[in-house]
Design a binder for this molecule. Sequence first.
Ligand code: AMP
Ligand code: GLY
Length: 461
Amino acid sequence: MPSTNRSSPSSLLENPLRTNLTTTKYPLLKTGNNFLEKQMNVLILGAGGREYSIGLALKKDENVEKIYFAPGNGATDELGENLRISDFTALADFVEANGVDLTIVGPEGPLVDGVVDVFEARGLTIFGPSAKAAQLEGSKIFMKNFLARHNVPTAAYIETDSLQDAYKFIETLEAPIVVKADGLCGGKGVIIAQSQDEAKKAAGEMLSGNSFGEAGTSIVVEEFLDGYELSVFAICDGEDYVVLPAAQDHKKLLNNDEGPNTGGMGAYAPTPLVNDEIYAKLDERVIVPTLEGMKAEGMPFKGVLFIGVMVVNGEPIILEYNVRFGDPECEELMPLLKSPASELFYKAATGDLKNINIEFHDKYAVGVVMASKDYPYKSSPMAEIIVDDIYHEDLNEHAHISYAGVTRGEDGKLYASGGRVLVCVGLGDSIAQAQKRAYMLVGQIHFAGKQCRTDIAYQAL
Ligand code: AMP
Ligand code: GLY
């Protein structure tokens, strides 16, 4: 058991919770005296597969009584109750009136818009960063300048709103060259230009507001990093943190990482591409200086710090921060969590992570996204989802669906309603076994125009 005093960077380093995989049985909330004395009610904000998977983890958690989703999707109503409330004050009213003990925020939008600030001003317990801290994702310029201030390794860059300065910097770089819009663009604001001319064109289109409107009127231009990409998640309470098993996402639409970028077509965890040395470098060079820096700048970070890492010649370099779980990474990480999700989120939200023993299953998870026909180009017509009866015991026990872009029809059936429709998650003692189960489940699911990659986890096999 690590010491509980981990408030300084050196103590954080001596006692990284990540390595705290003890077999101690943690106390149930009902019996623990440092936790709730009753089962809790939880509200999850968001509508995707990420939020479904958090709901599924909480559904299996004996510490949880009732789950609400706002707005949720066509399948989350099987896990709890969907609410049609989006206004933050009205959500806080609902939470107060209905005895909700914990709110978990899925997507970045409400975080950047200050939902945590509204809830905390009313003394409500909520998992996620303040609007100020959410700038780590809300503004790439803020994030890059923060990394530079705190000596966290990242690609060489300039931030500018001047086309002339952008051109000058582009001329010093070799292609490929990366051009990024400053603000939130739903994952589309990054252009990897294959020549200086293409980079100049992208910068011009962003700065004129033609590509991404206001979000692109300031930009970051940076050097291209050539390596392999990881998704690393630290659950933080402002002071302490727990690192989850590292995952790998597959951002491109097609096999072999070809085609356009997407929100992610599949992921797996833990990835063998991370060793103890890389974890240690991440702790020392990235997570500790970031949490200390956020605290020192008056915006302690609470919530999920999603670290987009490029490993270049064994060195982890930061591509970006997000302030929420990755989707589809969350769908693989939630089932790997052996300790109750309720305890992890509640203790992070209440600044109590020093009093937690987090355990993970000694297993692998592979998630394959099934997307609708025209994803990511345009919306697709609704299509009924048919899931074959599953007789295979292996599949029933070791695979499941996390629903995302689905709507429940008036006939009670589920329809694919666009984008990423669902994620088939397989668990196993090896990545190959987890992958096999995920794809067996894919084979049981049918809807018109379905598409998926057939090589998820290839880098690990
Ligand atoms: P971001 O939204 O910054 O994570 O960028 C989206 C994707 O673009 C990342 O997941 C990477 O695959 C890629 N990318 C972003 N910045 C770089 C870079 N400097 N070098 C190489 N690839 C990058
Ligand atoms: N899967 C990457 C993301 O959620 O941004």
